[in-house]
Design a protein around this ligand. Structure first.
Ligand code: ZN
Length: 201
């Protein structure tokens, strides 16, 4: 489920839709948590789809560390990639705000942590745009991404969390141990499936 203080808007005809903050969202806020209504497709279910359904699933879902496709029922599936995003995946599976997000600002995410199977062109417009998002980007960048995610995770207890109730007990317990200083921060690397055999061309 996407954070309730968000809304769907047309970015432009080329990009299509995007998700925008309808109120300020502070750093450390959980912006997306998988919920029971999201569709989860195991590899064999995905493979059994007809080509057009598979294409839609491909476009609107992400791959979790088990290789399952998660297709959100709500506007979460319209969150666009940015090479300098304001939210990012965490080792616990939810997305966290990396910095304060202003009202009216587009919510963006790092697709490099979604276990991409193919490369994608990127025109996010950021001065540090990579131009192409590659399946193996995360293996090159995860340390830098951890440096952004870690302080955001540590800020979780200090901000309002409308989605925290969606975390399952095991996830919440693991997160709370880290927040209480009883366990080490978990790298986003744990989200990644084994490195692609060959780097995308
Ligand atoms: Zn980019």
């Amino acid at each position: 489920m996407i954070h309730p203080s968000t809304e769907l808007r047309l970015v432009n005809p080329l990009v299509g839709y995007g998700v925008f903050a309808s109120r300020p969202i502070p750093r450390g806020t959980l912006v997306f948590v998988q919920d029971p209504l999201d569709i989860e497709l195991a590899p064999e279910q995905y493979d059994a789809l007809d080509p057009s359904s598979r294409e839609l699933a491909e476009r609107y879902s992400y791959l979790d560390p088990r290789g399952h496709r998660i297709l959100s029922w709500d506007a979460a599936k319209y969150v666009n990639h940015s090479c300098e995003p304001n939210t990012m995946s965490t080792a616990w599976g939810f997305e966290v705000a990396l910095r304060d997000i202003a009202e009216g600002e587009e919510i963006t995410d790092e697709y490099g942590l979604f276990n991409l199977e193919w490369q994608m062109d990127c025109a996010c417009g950021h001065r540090r745009c990579r131009g192409v998002i590659r399946p193996d980007d995360a293996w090159r960048h995860f340390r830098r991404w951890d440096r952004a995610v870690r302080p955001a995770v540590l800020a979780i207890p200090s901000v309002e969390q409308p989605l925290i109730g969606l975390l399952d007990e095991v996830t919440r317990g693991s997160l709370e141990r880290v927040l209480a200083g009883g366990a080490r921060y978990r790298s986003v690397r744990s989200l990644l499936r084994p490195a692609p055999v060959q780097a995308a061309c």
